[in-house]
Each structure stands twice: as structure tokens, then as C-alpha cells.
Design a protein around this ligand. Sequence first.
Ligand code: NAD
Length: 332
Amino acid sequence: MHSVGVSHGLKILVTGGAGYIGSQLIRDLGEDPRFAGSQVVIYDSMRDERFQSLMHLPESGRYDFHYGDLQDADELIAAAQDCDVIVHLAALTNAVVSFGRAEETEEVNYNGTENVLAAADRSPTVRRVIYASTCSVYGETSGCVDERSECHPESPYARFKLQGERSVQALSGRTFGRVLGTSLRLGTVFGLSPGLRVHTVVNIFALHGALGMPITVFGTGDQYRPFVHVRDASSAFLFALTTPETQELVLNVVGENATVNQILSYVKPRFPKLKVRREPGRHLNQLSYEVDGSALRQLGWQPVINVQDGIEEFARLCSPFATQTSGVVIGG
Ligand SMILES: NC(=O)c1ccc[n+]([C@@H]2O[C@H](COP(=O)([O-])OP(=O)(O)OC[C@H]3O[C@@H](n4cnc5c(N)ncnc54)[C@H](O)[C@@H]3O)[C@@H](O)[C@H]2O)c1
């Protein structure tokens, strides 16, 4: 069995490299000495026009941009041709919207993943694929779930992410052990990155709170969700790339579990203009679940930024619109 635990001088294809997580990851790859001499190839359709993600990239990194769509199998084969590893992030990423766009979600998130895996298979050099999955594959659960728990995905987004995981797991068999996959099930990501996205809980609360824009909380607000800071999410991908023990595994990437009300209790003192509308009932994708992130920690990955620190960071960044910051050191 091949093992890619080293990282110097690799050619790394990052699909969705212009996105929220990708824009952080491509910078971390360019700056991390473990990846010195590596080349990062960003593959993105730029559907969200986040061109700022590609500006001010670190001078220590070597970058190339490959414009293309996941649905273009030939373009992916060309992009992956002489790469060593693929980090597959590109996807339609709004779980709520996916309820009304199941077909398109399948096309991009499932068939697109199949195209990425076919490109890995066709390339003579690719050895690893790290796939961005989601903790929402678990669906509504009671208690705390881990990687051995049954999955009951509710949204088309979660359903096709889970199908993608299964294809990633089959990659080793399909390539006779030449290409090994890892699926990282990320909790809801929060915090600042160059390609910031603002449609998930912590970011919405902090940034709408900063500007006095109303937010809506459905149900009691006691629903638990797993969270991870965007820089910790990026470090999990670097960890998977440099740690052979993660090969062929599905791993949760979670900093902490918190309820919506807990997050509100962190946001309110920093952003007093926050206006919360409460609506009874259950909104699409308002799941309550707690996710055990200990397996990845036991292998050696450590998250360093909790939700409260992430909100403090937004308060510093939006200082004219926040109460005076408390001086908490992020990641300290
Ligand atoms: N952000 C989260 O809270 C979160 C949580 C769990 C899992 N994930 C997963 O992590 C990955 C990255 O998430 P993100 O938040 O950075 O997403 P994002 O929406 O910010 O970025 C996605 C990127 O993929 C690109 N893209 C979309 N469709 C494409 C296509 N058909 N062809 C080529 N490029 C395409 C977009 O242009 C964008 O740059 C996704 O797979 C997502 O499902 C994210």
C-alpha cells in the first residue's frame, strides 16, 4: 500500500480553492514549510465570483489557476494529470437551498465528485484524495454520534455528500491501492477567511449583529450543532495530507458542539444591535445533533480557535460596530 505522508515538492490540486475554506487552505499550503516547493493548482468555476480569494497570495507559495467546472470530466483529467494529491472542496454548499435543487446538487456534488475520482484514477501520479464531507450526513440523532454511527441525511446536500464518501472509500479498490482517499466530515465552519461566506450560523449572527440586521432563530434555539473554525478546518486538511494514518478513513472535524442559544449568548454582549426574531417550529435543516470529534484528535490534530474566540475576532474586525473587545488572544 502506498503512503503519502510527506509533503515537500508536491503538486496539489485544490477544487473549490476560491471558496470559503479553499481560500484559507491555499494560503496555508503556500506558507507551511512542510509544503515548501509544492505547487498549488486551484480548480474552480468561479460561480460565486470570489476573485478576492485569489489576491494577495503568499509570495512563498507557487500557484496556478485552472478554470473549469466539476461537470467537465475532460478538464478535470487535464488538471489532475501530473498532480500528486487532490483536495476536493468544490460543491454546491447551501444545504437549505439544496431542498429545492436536488437534481443540480446531485449533478455537481455527486457526479462532480465521481469526475474528480475518475481524474485521480486516470492520472499516473495522484496518490491521495482528501474529500470535504459534512457532519450533516448524520441527520437528526439523539445523543452524540461518531464515525461508526448510522447516517440519516435529510437534505439532498447531505445525501449526495454521503454518496460521495462511499465513492471515495471505493477509490482504493478501483485503483488497486494506488490512490487512497480520506473523507473529512466538517462541522459548520465559522470565522474569517479571504473568501468569507456568511450563510451559516456563527457568521450570520456576528455580522448581521454588527450591522443591526435581523436574524431569525427557528424553534427553541436549544438545537446542538458541531462547529469548527475555518483555519482549523484548513489545518485538518493539511493534517490529513501529512498523516498516513488518516488514509482510507472517514473522520469528523469538530472544534466544539454548541447550541444556537449559546452562540447568541456569546454574540449579544459584543454586538448589542443584534435583533433576534424567534419563530416556532422547525426550519429545513435545523437539525439538533452533537458530533464526537475525538478520532481525529487522537491521531494528533488539534483545533485552536473556539466559537467564542471566533466571535471576538469578528468584534475586533468590526470594531466600530461592536462593544470594546476584551483582548482575548485568538488561538492562544
Ligand atoms: N463551510 C461549511 O460550513 C462546510 C461544512 C461542512 C462541509 N463543507 C464542505 O467543504 C467544502 C468547501 O466548502 P466552502 O464553505 O469553502 O464552500 P464555498 O461555497 O465557499 O466554495 C465552493 C467553491 O467551489 C466552487 N464551485 C462550485 N461549484 C463548482 C463547480 N461545478 N465546478 C467547479 N467549482 C465549483 C465555487 O466557485 C467556490 O469557489 C464543500 O465541499 C462543502 O460541502 C463546508
